[in-house]
Design a binder for this molecule. Structure first.
Ligand SMILES: [Zn+2]
Length: 98
């Protein structure tokens, strides 16, 4: 099964890192909506996730290993297999290259 590797998704709710801390933009302190890069191939990776705030600041969030959003996306696809067919649409709407 071939799945687009990276989905960049504006999370409509505040997100917390692996340490339980609410994640905010280090430059403007915005917490919602942060765009998270979700990479299904990174499900075992502890590399920092790349986040973007609405003002366009981008940073690598060390408290959010890429495995977490990857797991989130995998769970989402498990719960809603139909979403797989919508990934291209989602990527067109929210996606882009890192
Ligand atoms: Zn910002």
């Amino acid at each position: 099964m071939s799945v687009p590797a990276v989905l960049r998704w504006a999370m409509p709710w505040p997100i917390s890192g692996g340490n339980g801390q609410r994640i905010a933009c280090p430059q403007c302190d915005i917490t919602v909506p942060l765009v998270v890069a979700m990479d299904l191939d990174a499900i075992d990776s502890q590399e920092p996730s790349w986040l973007t705030c609405p003002s366009g600041h981008a940073w690598a969030e060390a408290s959010l290993p890429t495995a977490l959003p990857a797991q989130f996306l995998a769970d989402l696809l498990d719960a809603e297999p139909g979403l797989l067919g919508s990934l291209d649409v989602l990527r067109r709407e929210y996606g882009g290259d890192l």
